[in-house]
Design a protein around this ligand. Structure first.
Ligand SMILES: NC(=O)C1=CN([C@@H]2O[C@H](COP(=O)(O)OP(=O)(O)OC[C@H]3O[C@@H](n4cnc5c(N)ncnc54)[C@H](O)[C@@H]3O)[C@@H](O)[C@H]2O)C=CC1
Ligand SMILES: O=C([O-])CC(=O)C(=O)O
Length: 508
């Protein structure tokens, strides 16, 4: 058969396509197949790859992969004759149209580097799809048109995939995501007076130091970590972290004098500085001490990084967030889409508790938690669990209680040695990764957080939030509630009103 190459050949993913004189497509056959990672293909795709080699008897996915590997070796050594193509043009085109939709959907949400598994999966699917397309010998006008359309679509997907990965790599190295953790060392008895005190206390690292460790492990997302604490020992923690063999920088800043330097130009600021609970305290008991710290941070953030995303961890979240926001508002720099009170630990805990109750994988369970971050304001929305799960009345009450007292239980179990830190740092790190991915264009990133929101006339409320390139792009509210959840929201409202009022009185 003679093939006539029109103008220049079309190249997709290193495979050369020649358009024949009558418009049909012929691909240079084998190169693409060798680039395809078999682990990334679905069962249907593997079945096709086997069928075109004449194998239709293999059943399990593992066997399919093994057989394909063996046949590839045979083909490489030239000791294999390919049978006649076993599919009709109509079957091939229907499968390819479905594949095109699937690849497009995956591509729309793809954010990552060439090393990511999502990239490799897309690459394998594109190789499979373009290989299959190359084997279609269209004869009718309609078929030829469909082939051309698919060819253009796969070519565009291929370019988009590469350019997204390139953009991702560039934004990870050039637009360093500077995360300033306004806290470094742990120490259950730490307080704002500790600035002048001895620094050899707090040996086991608090939320800030553990968070910084987890951020350090993701250099593709976080390239510059600055740690600030009133204690000088934060410099040692930063130095310690900087010895980890991952790219990016970690620097320590200490005392009020270095706060401005630490914050200058930061992309994300995580505030977990202040005091934490010892036994028989409520989160509200921390207010007086921590409110003045929030006020100070807000003033410096307003001056040094008013565009940064601000994550407030310090308790009581229900009042610390309003103190921070209202201070910024007074200074004319408050942007409600940028400041979030972090409640992610509550979401992680409830998914763990649900999974354990129902025998599920906790990583595959999600459940929003709204309202606030204190005993009676935390409202898990069990009716919105994903996957949907039915709970009896007793189970609902048990889960509400368990998540609400989880913080107290950790404090009690740590016997005077501070509050939850490890799970907090873990959930916080993933919250920040989500913010960074959304910042780089990932779509559909939904998190919960305590933000300026007057839907319940409380001025602040934890709701479901859609994150985007510039912080919160949409407040998704609470969604449809069960009557039990609605009742708990009504109970939370006066408490949040009181917590916000406490903050406002402090600011005045
Ligand atoms: N939102 C949430 O879900 C959670 C919030 N928390 C809260 O997070 C906060 C931090 O907890 P931990 O890390 O366990 O406490 P920690 O006591 O281990 O660390 C607090 C650090 O803040 C530093 N600090 C105090 N005043 C400062 C200032 N003016 N500037 C800079 N640094 C200052 C201290 O020197 C200390 O190193 C607490 O308020 C705690 O209640 C804790 C767990 C969960
Ligand atoms: O209870 C505390 O003080 C810490 C906290 O917020 C939690 O563990 O949920």
């Amino acid at each position: 058969m003679d093939y006539f190459c029109q103008a220049s050949p079309i190249v997709i993913d290193g495979c050369i396509y020649l358009l024949t004189a009558d418009g049909a497509v012929m691909a240079s056959p084998t190169k693409m197949e060798y680039r395809m990672e078999l682990e990334r293909l679905s069962k249907d795709e593997l079945a096709y790859e086997l069928a075109i080699l004449g194998v239709t008897t293999v059943t399990t996915v593992e066997e399919m992969r093994k057989t394909l590997r063996r046949m590839r070796k045979l083909a490489k050594h030239g000791s294999f004759v390919r049978p006649a193509h076993p599919f009709t043009v109509a079957v091939d085109l229907a499968a390819l149209t479905g594949l095109s939709t699937e690849i497009k959907a995956l591509l729309d949400t793809f954010v990552g580097s060439r090393a990511s598994s999502e990239y490799k999966k897309l690459e394998a699917k594109l190789s499979h799809a373009t290989g299959r397309l190359g084997r279609v010998v269209a004869s009718t006008e309609e078929e030829k048109e469909q082939v051309s359309r698919l060819l253009v679509a796969f070519s565009e997907y291929s370019m988009t995939l590469r350019s997204k990965a390139k953009h991702f790599a560039r934004s990870s190295t050039l637009n360093a995501s500077t995360v300033t953790a306004l806290e470094g060392m742990s120490g259950p008895s730490s307080s704002s007076e500790a600035e002048d005190s001895d620094t050899d206390q707090g040996a086991d690292g608090g939320i800030g130091s553990m968070l910084s460790l987890l951020l350090k492990l993701k250099p593709d997302l976080v390239t510059d970590i600055r740690m600030h604490d009133i204690r000088e020992s934060v410099n040692g923690v930063a130095m310690d972290l900087s010895h980890i063999n991952r790219s990016g920088t970690v620097r320590g800043y200490t005392g009020r004098s270095q706060l401005k330097k630490a914050l200058k130009g930061a992309d994300i600021v995580v505030i977990s500085g202040g005091i934490s609970k010892v036994a028989v305290m409520t989160r509200e008991n921390l207010f007086i001490e921590n409110a003045s710290i929030m006020e100070e941070f807000a003033r410096v953030c307003a001056e040094m990084c008013s565009e940064a995303l601000i994550d407030i961890v310090t308790n009581p979240v229900n009042s610390c967030v309003p103190v921070f926001c209202e201070t910024m508002r007074k200074l004319g720099t408050f942007n409600p889409t940028k400041v979030i009170g972090v409640t992610t630990l509550d979401l992680m805990r409830i998914s763990t508790f649900i999974a354990s109750m129902k025998g599920l994988d906790p990583r595959k369970v999600t459940c929003p938690v709204v309202g606030g971050h204190s005993l009676l304001t935390m409202v898990p929305l069990l009716s919105q669990c994903n996957p949907p799960i039915n709970f009896s009345e007793d189970e609902t009450v048990a889960l509400f209680n368990k998540v609400r007292i989880a913080g107290e239980e950790v404090v009690r179990a740590k016997a005077g040695n501070g509050a939850a830190q490890i799970a907090m740092a873990y959930s916080l790190a993933y919250f920040i990764f989500d913010q960074l991915k959304a910042k780089r264009g990932k779509a559909d990133v939904v998190q919960c957080g305590y933000v300026a929101n007057n839907a319940h006339k409380t001025k602040y409320f934890a709701t479901k939030l859609l994150l985007g390139t510039d912080g919160i792009i949409k407040d998704l509210g609470l969604g449809k509630l069960s009557s039990f959840e609605q009742e708990k929201i009504y109970e939370a409202i006066p408490i949040i009103l009181r917590d916000v009022d406490t903050a406002e009185r402090f600011i005045r």
